[in-house]
Design a protein around this ligand. Sequence first.
Ligand code: PMP
Length: 322
Amino acid sequence: MEYETGKGWHNARITPFADLSLSPAAMCLHYGQEVFEGMKAYRRADGGIQLFRPRENFKRLNQSNQRLVIPQINEEDALQGLEELLKVEKDWVPHSKGASLYIRPFIIAVDPFLGVHPGDKYLFIIILSPSGAYYASGLNPVNIYVESKYVRAVRGGMGFAKTGGNYAASLIGQDEAHKQNYSQVLWLDGVEQKYIEEVGAMNIFFVIDNEIVTPMLQGSILPGITRKSTIELCKSWGMKVSERRIDIQEIADAYDAGKLQEVFGTGTAAVISPVGHLKWNDKVMEINDNKIGPISQKLYDTMTGIQWGEIADPFNWIEKID
Ligand code: PMP
């Protein structure tokens, strides 16, 4: 679909996958005016296809649009367009257990112009890519490194938006983590560098003394859809959940006091990702003996059960395509 000032969004169509033709001066290439989303389509045992909370993705896309001065999309039209695309391309949704079809909607400013201002012309594209099971053999704990030098987002910045610039800012931390044999980075706040924010592509949760604790949304972290679903599930199970500021020192103290029971990340890719080791400066914390904890496992089983249509969906999270 295309956008032009004065004309609005128009020319929605389904075309075979192909390279794009863009001017070398296209504004998205120089000034980063682009936003995206990540979601999945799942194949049920009866062969049908379904999406998990897709309205949340299009709502978040519009929140990103607002921050990047990109025109709003009609969320219901976008969902309808995606459903039509999935009906045409339904054979791409894998049948094998744990596999799914990754869906990447994105919008880029395409005006050929050297100079910083919001564009007048945009492309909204949805690409599809089958993805294999994230965990081939059970849930493997990941090792996370707390980044103390660089920051990913600041208050008033665009950390809450899903835009390439945020990921560009995170590459150096990820590179540093990999060099130290850690697979992911845990980012701290951009002001005092002591409050926990999020992992590279996941939100983060802690189980401290039987309470579920996660950083509150203050504009600098992505409002994850798996995060929201995790909070809703835990509350429905009668667990105590707090969304608040979490000082990294508090986590180290809870660990020393033997009260840090579980740490896990949440995101569309892995759904629930248990953390086995957390490194903060010279301190390496081994969480739950590097094993998946009961709350992480229950969340994973419930969330993936709903996503694959294996268990009931009391929250109405599922959108059936057929
Ligand atoms: N934070 C960041 C920076 C991410 O890229 C993602 C993945 N979209 C998440 C959190 C988790 O969000 P969601 O649960 O919507 O996938």
